[in-house]
Design a protein around this ligand. Sequence first.
Ligand code: NDP
Length: 284
Amino acid sequence: MSQQNFRSILTGSFSTPCDDNPTVAMIEAAYQHHNIDARYINCDVKAEGLKDAVAGAKAMEWVGFNCSLPHKVKVIEHLDEVVESARIIGAVNCVSIRDGRLIGDNTDGKGFLASLKKVTDPSGKKVLLLGAGGAARAIAVELGLASAAHITVMNRDPKKAETIAALVRDNTSAKADVQAWDGDASVPQDVDILINATSIGLGDAETMPPLKVETLRKGLIVADVIPNPPRTRLLREAESKGCTALDGLGMLVNQGVIGVEHWLGKTLDAGVMEKTLKDIFGAA
Ligand code: NDP
């Protein structure tokens, strides 16, 4: 019998469309860097194929997979277990397969938190969160669970903002409220952390959320979820006012690091992953 092992560990992603999702490049660069014999397969899975894709991953003994749009909510009905924070968020983007059991987690908010913790501990902090979509929801819940003092959710559609504020109030110790977003918004002086969790700035380095830039003050932490381009106009304006700026690459890299920790029990080199993304986005 050969002592060689020709069977790679299998991981990957289910989403559609998936052609422009760079996660495979980011994670496989780190697998190669660490000499881990694992693959990350970027699969285009349509809504009607999700059940079969999940069953296929289990049958082929994948150790786990990410779910991106449009599967983050629907995948839950195919799982055996969902961790507490993902249950509160109501969405799963990372599934681990252990002993034939499918366990769902949400690493979007956790990835954001890991990135934020490099510059501040959110415990006791006052947060202004722009946007009320899936990313905002995951971030708000994780900030609440990390003992943020107060989260104000600001969104064009205030009903969506109120849903997130209620989720935070009902499930965490943080206080949460809603602010209407009409015209250019002011950032109150007692806010510690401003987060853009809207899609404004994605693929467009010159647009930014409607804000009064003169209310960005020195010492404020300004985080953007937009990974591409990483240096958004919001972050450039924030830096020019003396704020600490945090880009969306950190969130993307850290959710990948956390996912692979779940699947393989190994912590990948975040620097290798970030460099890979910067090369892809032409932001090196
Ligand atoms: P959703 O479509 O669920 O939500 C989009 C949000 O942006 C909504 O709150 C929407 O407001 C708001 N919005 C969009 N356009 C405008 C505008 N012109 N003015 C004001 N508000 C606007 O998207 P997601 O939450 O899933 O994703 C948001 C962003 O986060 C995306 O760009 C995505 O790339 C990024 N992201 C980054 C990740 C990372 O790892 N860095 C991970 C996940 C997401 P309304 O409700 O009023 O329509």
